[in-house]
Design a protein around this ligand. Structure first.
Ligand SMILES: Cc1cc2nc3c(=O)[nH]c(=O)nc-3n(C[C@H](O)[C@H](O)[C@H](O)COP(=O)(O)O)c2cc1C
Length: 329
């Protein structure tokens, strides 16, 4: 469904070319200082406009319509709404019969019996990540003093990001990238042994970021090539600090007080300007497809702040479950 969380519950709504998109956060404790200006910094980091991102320009101004009174959260559900203003729906009419390879056009049409709003990807659009970033702003306040930073490490396998973006633009191509996220100042004890391990919950939310195809924690897939003596993180003091951090700050699904470190793989944008094949649903033939509309050449450029947000959402849920937020006051 479109909701996630046990104590810090988020529900996201809207479509790319509908009236608005937004989020309702239920379970936010009362007394958190919050107003619209608090969202602007992270929303700005998500914004398009830079080279390699879509030319669609939205004001992305948040409107809090419930759950905040006199500048503080009340404990009631908080709803934040964003208007869609810069839409060009005609660019998408062809996609009803010509599903874009790699996009959700085909699966959405089949699953929702053709009633889905296909304009701009509809409910599958990355416009919905405004909702994730907004919930993340609230979550970041709850989990203080935890600090979360995500960074784009490479694009198309190269750390020279600008060169890869220029190359992709020149070729009418798109490219993916690796984004790394690090959280510091974590308490020991967040997470549960099996189904609600910190890795599981973060991964669940990570795949809510459209175009995410992989995740690895700490040494990740490289762990499979290491000896135990290389991979084991030696504890060097009473606080549980370790000499290395191959485990990414998690043992048995539970935070051990060291840095939480993980990386995600973001695929190349499926909507490319180069001609490609598609199956025409009307004629029953494979045909050439030229995709119109405005698209990100590299989605990964805009992912870091979204990744921070989903990490904060996961940790806020763990915090509220553990009752740790009460000890902070
Ligand atoms: C910030 C961001 C921007 C995106 N921009 C585009 C875009 O301009 N064009 C496009 O085809 N896909 C874009 N995507 C990816 C699609 O939303 C995604 O590929 C699609 O919904 C199908 O989901 P999947 O790739 O996870 O299977 C973007 C994703 C993110 C996170």
């Amino acid at each position: 469904m479109n909701s996630f969380g046990r104590k810090f519950k988020i529900s996201i709504f809207g479509e790319s070319h509908g009236k608005s998109v937004g989020v309702t956060v239920d379970g936010c404790p009362p007394g958190i200082k919050l107003d619209e200006a608090d969202f602007l910094g992270d929303l700005d980091r998500r914004r398009s406009g830079a080279k390699g991102t879509t030319p669609r320009l939205e004001s992305d101004l948040p409107e809090i319509i419930s759950g905040v009174f006199n500048g503080f959260s009340t404990g009631a559900p908080i709803t934040v709404v964003f208007k869609n203003e810069d839409t060009r729906s005609k660019d998408y009419s062809k996609l009803v019969d010509h599903p874009r390879p790699g996009h959700a056009d085909f699966t959405a049409f089949k699953k929702f019996n053709g009633f889905n709003d296909y304009r701009g990807g509809g409910h599958f659009s990355a416009r919905l990540t405004l909702a994730l970033v907004s919930a993340g702003v609230i979550a970041k306040k709850i989990i203080q003093p935890i600090d979360i930073h995500a960074k784009l490490k490479s694009v198309h396998g190269n750390t020279d990001i600008e060169q890869e973006i220029d190359d992709a633009i020149g070729k009418g191509e798109s490219v993916g990238g690796i984004v790394e996220c690090i959280a510091t100042n974590l308490p020991i004890g967040l997470g549960e042994p099996f189904f609600d391990s910190v890795e599981s919950v973060i991964s669940h939310l990570v795949f809510a970021i459209p175009a995410t195809k992989g995740i690895e924690f700490g040494s990740g897939f490289e762990a499979a090539q290491m000896y135990g003596s290389q991979h084991n993180d030696l504890i060097v003091d009473k606080s549980g600090k370790t000499k290395t951090n191959h485990a990414a700050g998690i043992n048995g699904g539970i935070t051990n007080g060291n840095e939480l470190v993980f990386r995600i793989a973001v695929k190349p944008t499926s909507s490319i300007s180069k001609a490609q094949g598609t199956f025409n649903m009307k004629t029953g033939k494979v045909e050439n497809l030229m995709i119109g509309g405005r698209h990100d050449v590299c989605v990964a450029l805009r992912v870091p702040v979204i990744l921070e947000a989903i990490t904060a959402i996961a940790l806020a849920d763990f915090f509220l479950i553990s009752g740790m937020e009460k000890n902070q006051k």
